[in-house]
Design a protein around this ligand. Structure first.
Ligand code: GLC
Ligand code: CA
Length: 565
């Protein structure tokens, strides 16, 4: 009797919490929360400024949670908001366990986390794992003497006898990847700026300290991390020279194949360890994964799905705007076995509005892109302002450039300021971003492309995003359905079916400037209906039903409709 009672207690204490925490995370289709979530990247300097200093902040983000919720966002990824000298605008972290005063305090972070939770929005932070700031206390100690306790936390090497750096590796941000330290008479290694020294991940103390950083934030309610620059965690210990390629990059350095200082196999060991820690808290890991092909992307999930849950498909940002190139890429990604993570813009690349726009049909093209990547099987990550059709606003004079890459590489490389400009909230001064002087100028398009004005216009880019996101959250086929490409040889129109049991959603995108005629026979897929029920279309004629055998599409039109068996 006593034993039975004890068993019950054990069952209640151990298994019941396990079962309920599991069921919170996984639905009947075995999907986890992040598979249904829509992620939204916020560049905190540029989102909303609460105190008029021209720089966005955490309180600003908190004040916009209603907007994000209504848009259909379930998780925000905030790019680094930790203390930093801001050489690389936060990607040079001088303290991993605090908030930079320009963005607020830890208390502001807790408020944001609590408010976000009330809105059903999770918070993802950016973990800069490859390097710290040269002002981090670890590096200050490391460079203080060769015998310093943290000397071996970074990569220090003697130069060649000639006084040259240890090898030919160049920094992706220009110049040699090695900087001479005149007081300790050795070089330290940095894949990025000299103010971003690479951590020595072969040192177990570094490894453990970084695992602890991730735990520290999980305890504060963070739902996961976007892992910055994971490819560069390890370097060849023998420091072999990289193969030199013909030509020079925009900084004037010889082009190289980064054979010995990127994508070393050891990266995957670290990802597995970070994942083990993440799993203790049910957290998600997103990777900044610049891969060359889908096979390489697949490796980041881990052989036993024990690395990144969400390696970003950044190849998606490089596709030509054509039905064929998207069709082909999506088919391979979808069939690869990993859960796809689609991205069309971020803070390092030209905004999608400019990249895909043809100068004449930019609005319609932005709506096509939205309707495409938000209706695929997989998780989308949006970039703030993309939902408005925000444009790049590149500096025109070298003296206006803020991003050091642009100052160094001018005029070939203008830097990344253009895609990092303030969010456009209304048509008032500075687009409603700040009452002061914004740190970067707001593009002229804010007069028409801003939240307030676009909310009033039913056909705005913003309202297309809102409608598609709402469908994505409510329509079972779009949430959980399979992906099936249709009309595979059509050079102009990309179309596909998402199917879930007896329901399907048909997505038809005319990616050409000419009207097109399409016809679908879905009998092989088990759908004999001759028409679709319109869920969303950008066409002027908004028929309730559309005939599948003769569908006329306006130039750059979107049609989304549901079909049942
Ligand atoms: C990543 C970030 C980029 C940063 C770099 C160095 O690529 O996205 O903005 O400059 O890492 O941390
Ligand atoms: Ca501010």
């Amino acid at each position: 009797m006593l034993r039975k009672a004890r068993d019950w207690v054990v069952f209640i204490l151990v298994y019941v919490p396990l079962l309920s925490s599991q069921s919170m995370r996984v639905d009947a289709e075995s999907h986890e929360w992040w598979q249904h979530a829509v992620f939204y990247e916020i560049y905190p300097r540029s989102f909303a400024d609460s105190n008029g200093d021209g720089i966005g902040d955490l309180k600003g983000i908190t004040s916009k949670l209603d907007y994000l919720k209504a848009l259909g966002v379930d998780a925000i990824w905030i790019t680094p908001c930790f203390p930093s000298p801001q050489v690389d605008f936060g990607y040079d972290v001088s303290d991993y366990e605090n908030i930079d005063p320009m963005y607020g305090t830890l208390a502001d972070f807790s408020d944001l986390e609590k408010e976000a939770r009330k809105h059903g929005i999770r918070i993802i932070l950016d973990f800069v794992v490859n390097h710290t700031s040269d002002q981090h206390k670890w590096f200050i100690d490391s460079r203080s003497s060769r015998a310093a306790p943290r000397r071996n936390w970074y990569i220090w090497r003697d130069g060649k006898e000639t006084g040259e750096p240890p090898n030919n590796w160049v920094s992706i941000f220009g110049g040699s990847a090695w900087t001479w330290d005149s007081s300790t008479k050795q070089f330290y290694y940095h894949y990025f700026y000299p103010q971003q020294p690479d951590l020595n991940w072969r040192n177990p103390a570094v490894h453990d300290a970084m695992m602890d950083v991730s735990r520290w934030w999980y305890k504060r309610g963070v739902a996961g991390f976007r892992l910055d620059a994971v490819e560069t965690l390890f370097e060849d210990p023998q420091l072999h020279d990289n193969p030199v390629l013909p030509g020079f990059n925009s900084f004037g350095d010889p082009k190289e194949e980064d054979k010995y200082n990127t994508k070393l196999p050891e990266v995957h060991e670290v990802l597995r360890d970070l994942r083990r820690v993440a799993d203790e808290s049910g957290a998600v890991l997103i990777g900044e994964t610049w891969t060359n092909d889908v096979a390489e992307l697949k490796q980041y999930y881990g052989e036993h799905s024990n690395e990144l849950q969400m390696p970003m498909d950044l190849m998606f940002t490089k596709l030509q705007f054509s039905a064929a190139s998207f069709r082909e890429h999506i088919a391979v990604v979808d069939a690869s076995g990993g859960w796809p993570v689609y991205v069309i813009s971020n803070h390092d690349i030209v905004r999608s509005y400019n990249r895909y726009g043809d100068g004449q049909h930019n609005e319609a093209i932005a709506k096509i892109l939205a309707s495409l990547y938000l209706t695929l099987r997989g998780t989308p990550i949006m970039y703030y302002g993309e939902e408005l059709g925000m444009e790049n606003n590149d500096p025109v004079r070298k003296e206006d450039v803020k991003d050091p890459i642009g100052r160094l590489g001018w005029p070939k490389e203008k830097g990344r300021d253009g895609e990092r400009t303030p969010m456009q909230w209304n048509d008032g001064p500075n687009g409603g971003f700040t009452a002061g002087t914004p740190w970067l100028p707001v593009p002229a398009s804010y007069k028409t492309h801003n939240v307030e004005s676009e909310l009033k216009d039913p056909s705005s880019i913003l309202n297309v995003y809102r409608r598609v996101l709402s469908l994505r959250h409510t329509n079972r086929a779009l949430r959980d359905g399979n992906y099936m490409g249709l009309n595979q040889s059509d050079p102009n129109v990309l179309s596909y079916l998402r199917t879930y049991k007896n329901q399907a959603v048909l997505v038809v995108l005319n990616m050409s400037a000419q009207p097109q005629q399409v016809s679908f026979d879905l009998a092989p897929q088990g759908f004999t209906s001759q028409s679709a029920h319109t869920l969303m279309t950008t066409m002027t004629q908004k028929a309730g039903e559309a005939a599948l055998t003769q569908m006329a599409l306006e130039p750059f039109a979107v049609y989304i409709g549901s079909i049942s068996r």
